[in-house]
Design a protein around this ligand. Structure first.
Ligand code: AHR
Length: 502
């Protein structure tokens, strides 16, 4: 196979949004408890946070973290998680049939976020609760001082407000599984009322209204349209959620699932813009792709529900392989390609629960395969996203029709001149010889130093485990050469590669 990528520094899609590299921490399974928080663990700091997980979080390069759910938030009482720990109630978490101890609440989580150097995106409960409770948590979290709840926060030890800017108006309320599930009209009205109230409290907030839980929902499209009719002038973002998995050994379709993400984004953009047109509004609604990942959801759905109520049970601790990592790298390519409209995104989740970081209680923390493309993309994607035209072969997939074998996106940092290209080869067996054409960058475009790394393995099913933590890593890629007009790189079959030309 042969493929060409042509780049033009003038063909700018949008600046790279740092919030593209967000993550998600839900009170679910072992994400919080024995994930990022485990007092008594050899690496725990004075707050009980695992410093091994903190170090990996920083290395991953995440910027924003959505919290505290997810399905969990639709039954959550935020006030259970503040004040003296010994007085905090244990509650049933109906979303995941487990016990929530409330040892961690917003004040502790904000301490963790400060240590990890990440911004919090906070989700309010619009499942079992409404406008008043959203206002209350906002007063506790963001009001400086001199009111009941702001002073309660200060009495609880956090003098300065947390200053959270981005607020999600509930979670997946289109889903029948969601506590307090509503139809689009009922949710749209509640979201509008909550948005108005939050804006009255703090006009500069950035608000995210719930879009569909997946593009396969029967209400997909109609949900977004109705909800945005109610909220268009009041919110900044509409959310998107998507999880992908390999079905019945159909690796070819799975490797092409980023085409579905592309289509998802294009569909939500078209829907939002059509509402904007009808309202004669110049405003553009942005997309917050605040849950995305590979998730072996069908395995989870095929398990019988457990009837034991436990603290921090092992839930959806998917072990990721090489193909999963290539897909994650490709989903990031898709998100970056849409940087003009996708201005925030959260990989779900951060630790243990469908996560790039795994831990064992009392034991090690390690990087799953999917950690690597995320960390490398977050480190190298700088400056502007360039419209990236790939000319190359295509193949047939059962799920998504025709898909290109090579998919890529590039960024260009005008300040340093650095160009980064992120690229996948979806072919199962054959390498691809890729030419990166930089001739439009002017004379001497290719007189650069080049550095490439690749995620590839003879065994696409290889994984990292507690015993073999670095079975799959990013390797320096040697089959890359520079020439006068750019570079040439050989992409191994089923691989993800990052090339930096500086
Ligand atoms: O990330 C796991 C779950 O997936 C979240 O709780 C929910 O919002 C989504 O369905």
């Amino acid at each position: 196979h042969i493929a060409h990528v042509t780049l033009d520094p003038a063909a700018v899609v949008a600046p790279v949004n740092r919030r593209t590299f967000g993550t998600f921490v839900e009170h679910m399974g072992r994400c919080v408890y024995t994930g990022l928080y485990e007092p008594g663990h050899p690496s725990a700091d004075e707050d009980g946070f695992r410093t091994d997980v903190l170090a990996l979080t920083r290395e991953l390069g995440v910027t924003t973290v959505r919290y505290p759910g997810g399905n969990f938030v639709s039954g959550y009482r935020w006030e259970d998680g503040v004040g003296p720990r010994e007085r905090r109630p244990r509650r049933r978490d109906l979303a995941w049939r487990s016990i929530e101890t409330n040892e961690i609440g917003i004040d502790e989580f904000a301490r963790w976020a400060a240590k990890a150097d990440v911004e919090i995106m906070y989700a309010v409960n619009l499942g079992t609760r409404g406008v008043q409770e959203a206002l209350d948590v906002h007063e506790y979290v963001n009001h400086p001082a001199g009111t009941h709840l702001a002073d309660l926060r200060r009495a609880n030890g956090t003098d300065k407000p947390h200053g959270i800017r981005m607020w999600c108006l509930g979670n997946e309320l289109d889903g029948p599984w969601q506590l307090g599930h509503k139809n689009a009209d009922a949710y749209g009205q509640l979201a509008a009322a909550t948005a108005r109230a939050l804006r009255a409290a703090e006009p500069g907030l950035e608000l995210v209204v719930c879009g569909s839980s997946s593009s396969a929902m029967p209400t997909f499209g109609a949900w977004e349209a109705t909800v945005l009719e109610h909220t268009y002038d009041l919110v900044d973002h509409v959310s998107c959620h998507a999880y992908y998995e390999e079905h019945d050994g159909d690796l070819g379709s799975f490797l092409a699932c980023a085409t579905d993400m592309d289509h998802f984004v294009d569909s939500v953009v078209a829907t939002a813009d059509s509402i904007g047109a009808r309202l004669r509004s110049k405003k553009k609604i942005q997309l917050s792709f605040d849950e995305w990942n590979v998730w072996y959801l069908s395995r989870f759905q095929n398990q019988p529900p457990h009837d034991e109520w436990r603290v921090a049970p092992r839930v959806i601790e998917d072990e990721y392989n090489v193909a999963d990592a290539v897909v994650v790298g490709n989903l990031l390519i898709s998100l970056l390609r849409h940087s003009d409209r996708v201005t925030a995104a959260c990989q779900a989740q951060l630790v243990n629960v469908i996560a790039p970081i795994r831990t064992e209680p009392g034991g090690p923390a390690w990087r799953q395969t999917i950690f690597h493309p995320f960390a490398r993309t977050a480190a190298l994607a700088r400056g502007d996203v360039l419209r990236t035209v790939v000319d190359g072969p295509a193949y047939r997939t059962d799920r998504y029709g025709e898909a290109s074998v090579v998919d890529a996106v590039a960024t260009h940092d005008a300040a340093t001149g650095d160009v980064a290209v992120f690229v996948v080869n979806r072919d199962h067996h054959r390498p691809v010889e890729l030419t990166i054409d930089l001739s439009r960058f002017g004379a001497g475009a290719g007189a650069r130093s080049v550095e490439a790394s690749t995620l590839y393995d003879d065994d696409v099913r290889a994984t990292n485990t507690a015993a073999h933590q670095d079975r799959v890593v990013l390797r320096p890629h040697r089959q890359v050469t520079v020439h006068a007009d750019g570079a040439q790189v050989v992409l191994p079959p089923v691989s993800w590669t990052a090339v930096r030309l500086s």
